[in-house]
Ligand binder design. Sequence first.
Ligand SMILES: NC(=O)c1ccc[n+]([C@@H]2O[C@H](COP(=O)([O-])OP(=O)(O)OC[C@H]3O[C@@H](n4cnc5c(N)ncnc54)[C@H](O)[C@@H]3O)[C@@H](O)[C@H]2O)c1
Length: 303
Amino acid sequence: MKVLVTGGAGFIGSAILPKLKEAGYEVAVIDNLSFGKREFIDVPDERFFKLDIRNREMVDKVITDFKPEILVHLAAIHFIPYCNQHPFEASDINIRGTMNVLDACSSVGSLKKVFFASTAAVYPIADLAVSENHKLEPLDIYGLSKLVGERLFREFFLKTKVDTIVCRFFNAFGPNETNAHLIPEIEKQIKSGLRTIRLGNLTPKRDFIHTYDMANAVLKLIQLKNIGYDTFNLGRGIEYSVTEIVEAFERQLGEKIFIEVDEARVRKVERMHLLADVSKLKSKTGWEPEWGIDEGIMNLLEN
Ligand SMILES: NC(=O)c1ccc[n+]([C@@H]2O[C@H](COP(=O)([O-])OP(=O)(O)OC[C@H]3O[C@@H](n4cnc5c(N)ncnc54)[C@H](O)[C@@H]3O)[C@@H](O)[C@H]2O)c1
């Protein structure tokens, strides 16, 4: 089967692609390499399209020529501080770009399934684990643009009846990070030899999921049959504070790490918790995460 992955040269895309290939799919990628890297992925040049998803004509051409059976739509601007600083660019890519991709897809008869990478940022602040039917109330332009993306996919499903999966990713970690998230920031400071590191808020907790586990879940989701339109959370189901993540680095290094709070990094609006209820994903696909925080951090430090 042919799979088109937009944003496939990015952080999460680079973990999903090998899984798709291993499972026998023929993969093509559209990515403008604004954040992703060509060397992250092993896709032949004839199936790699360096292209902005806002370029409607070229998106149409690639989709009409390749005739995907499955679309995995990852291309987006997603680093929240970047989105806040560039709200017009972020909404243009995340909304207009998504409309272009879906519009081009609606006219290819080959399409059997579409998958949209949404985000936990569509949920409001909540102290407990959120399930898929929790109310939706994004706090920022990024979450808002992704919620619009979800609605666009729903409209696409209503129009085409092509099976549609909306998957709300929680906090990814693993190799090939493209943005200055917490774990790569700690990794960078530690690998530069520092043992006193500078971070923002220390108490917020996040549900960190390894990209290899995410890739397995995405594969299982696109292999589900007769989905109609459905939404799934994708997280580990465990939350860790910033301090607990630093402690996991200490365990792997066998050394003490001191933290200094850098006021410039402290976010003005901060969620204290972001935890996924992943029971629906587990029960519908049989997926189970395999990577714990310690193994994931060890893997980062070794590479
Ligand atoms: N990383 C996370 O923790 C996380 C959490 C929730 C949701 N997500 C979602 O998962 C998806 C993948 O995120 P990621 O972490 O791999 O980020 P990423 O930035 O590494 O990947 C996005 C890819 O899209 C490409 N891209 C950006 N704008 C484009 C455009 N206009 N045209 C074509 N390509 C473009 C980038 O070059 C990049 O390769 C995104 O949709 C993101 O919103 C990620």
